[in-house]
Design a binder for this molecule. Structure first.
Ligand SMILES: [Zn+2]
Length: 369
C-alpha cells in the first residue's frame, strides 16, 4: 500500500522532535488551521478533506493523523514529534494508521479492500495507543467507486470510539450524498503567495527554481513543490511553449498528429502541462491589459507572447483559456484522452490563429463521456 504522499522533505535533526509532523508545518490561514485542529482534537465526526490536486490534502491528512495518534498531543501544535507513535510514523509505517489507496497499478480501490481493510478491522483495538486512523482516498470520480463508497457507509456510521476517519477528495460533489452527510467537510483552499514561499523555503527550495515554481503554483503547495523538485520542469515548459507558439500557424493535421503525440508522450505530466498552457494564455491576457511584463508567470517569454498577441487575425486568449480549463475538468472525470486533447488542440488553433471555429468546441459536460 503506498504511503501518504508527502512531497515536503523537511530537513531534520534526528535528536530533535520532528516539527514537520506538527500543525505548525501546515502553512495556511489561521482560520483553516483552527478548523483542522478542532476537527481532530475536539470533534470525532469522520472528516472529509476536499481540495484540488496539489492543494496539500495528503500533507494535511498526515499531520492530522499524527495528532490523533500521538501519545501527548498539544492543542495548538498537534503531534509532539518524539513519542513512540510519532517515531513510528516517522519511520514510514504505523500499526494504527490504515491508508486505503488504489494499488500502484490501478486507478481505483477494489471494493474487497474496503471490506477487508476497513469493515474487517474496525473492531480490533489499537495496538500502540488509544486511536486508530483510516485515511481513505476518494480523490477522483473512480478512485472509490459507488460500491466502494457503499461499503464504507456502515463503518462511517457505526464504529468504536477509538476509530477515526479522514477521507480525501478532489470533488466532494461526486461522492454519494450519504458519505457527505456522515462526515464533516473541510475545504482546503489555495494558499497565498507568502504561504507558498514559506513552504518552499522550509523545504529547502529558496533558490531561483522557487521563483518559477511560486509563480506557477497558483496557490497550490503540491504544485509548487512538484515543480521546485522537478529539474525537468523548465524543459517541459519550453517544449510546451514550442508547441503552443506554433498552434496559430499549424494545420488541423499538425494538431491531430504532432500535437496529440506530444500530449501522449507527456501524459503523466498532464496536470502540469495544462496548467502551463493556461499560464501562457493568462499572460497574454495580462499583456492585453497593459500589465508589466515582469509580473507575468512566464516573464522570460514576454516578448514571444506579446508577438503572438499582436498577430492578425487577432487571437482570443480568454476563450482559449476557458477551453483549457474545461479540458482539465473533463480529463479529471475520465473523458476519452485522445478525443478530448485533440479537440482542445483544434480549439486552441482556432482561437489563437483566428481560424473559423468549424465545430462545436464547447459542449455540455455530459458529451465529454
Ligand atoms: Zn507524539
Amino acid at each position: 500500500m503506498p504511503g501518504l504522499k508527502d512531497q515536503a522533505q523537511y530537513i531534520q535533526d534526528p535528536e530533535q522532535p520532528d516539527r514537520s509532523l506538527s500543525f505548525h508545518a501546515i502553512a495556511c490561514s489561521g482560520e483553516l488551521k483552527e478548523q483542522l485542529i478542532h476537527s481532530v482534537l475536539e470533534n470525532k465526526t469522520p472528516l472529509l478533506l476536499a481540495g484540488e490536486e496539489g492543494a496539500g490534502k495528503h500533507f494535511i491528512a498526515r499531520r492530522l493523523a499524527a495528532a490523533i495518534l500521538c501519545h501527548q498531543p498539544d492543542r495548538s501544535g498537534g503531534a509532539c514529534g518524539y513519542c513512540a507513535s510519532c517515531r513510528m510514523l516517522r519511520s514510514g509505517s504505523h500499526l494504527d494508521l490504515i491508508e486505503i489507496a488504489p494499488p500502484d497499478d490501478k486507478s481505483s480501490i477494489p471494493v474487497a479492500s474496503v471490506r477487508s481493510q476497513v469493515a474487517g478491522t474496525l473492531q480490533i483495538y489499537p495496538q500502540l495507543g488509544r486511536n486508530r486512523v483510516y485515511v481513505i482516498e476518494a480523490l477522483k470520480v473512480d478512485t472509490l467507486n459507488e460500491q466502494g463508497q457503499n461499503a464504507l457507509l456502515k463503518p462511517l456510521e457505526e464504529h468504536p470510539g477509538f476509530v477515526r476517519f479522514i477521507i480525501l477528495t478532489e470533488d466532494a460533489d461526486r461522492l454519494l450524498s450519504t458519505i457527505r452527510s456522515r462526515s464533516r467537510m473541510i475545504r482546503i483552499s489555495r494558499r497565498s503567495p507568502d504561504e507558498i514561499r514559506q513552504i518552499l523555503e522550509e523545504t529547502g527550495h529558496g533558490d531561483q527554481t522557487a521563483g518559477l515554481a511560486l509563480r506557477y503554483a497558483d496557490g497550490l503547495p503540491g504544485q509548487a513543490l512538484a515543480m521546485a523538485q522537478d529539474a525537468n520542469f523548465r524543459l517541459l515548459r519550453d517544449k510546451a511553449f514550442n508547441l503552443f507558439s506554433r498552434l496559430p500557424q499549424s494545420t488541423r493535421t499538425d494538431c491531430l498528429t504532432g500535437g496529440l503525440a506530444f500530449f501522449k508522450q507527456e501524459r503523466k505530466e498532464l496536470t502540469v502541462l495544462l496548467r502551463v498552457f493556461e499560464s501562457f494564455l493568462r499572460d497574454m491576457l495580462l499583456l492585453q491589459n497593459d500589465m508589466d511584463p515582469a509580473s507575468l508567470v512566464n516573464a522570460d517569454l514576454a516578448d514571444d507572447l506579446d508577438g503572438m498577441r499582436h498577430q492578425e487575425p487577432a487571437p482570443n486568449p480568454a476563450k482559449a483559456a476557458e477551453l483549457v480549463r474545461q479540458t482539465a475538468g473533463a480529463l479529471s472525470s475520465n473523458a476519452n484522452f485522445d478525443h478530448t486533447v485533440a479537440r482542445m488542440l483544434l480549439g486552441l488553433r482556432a482561437f489563437l490563429g483566428g481560424h473559423p471555429v468549424t465545430e462545436q468546441i464547447f459542449r455540455s459536460k455530459e458529451s465529454f463521456y
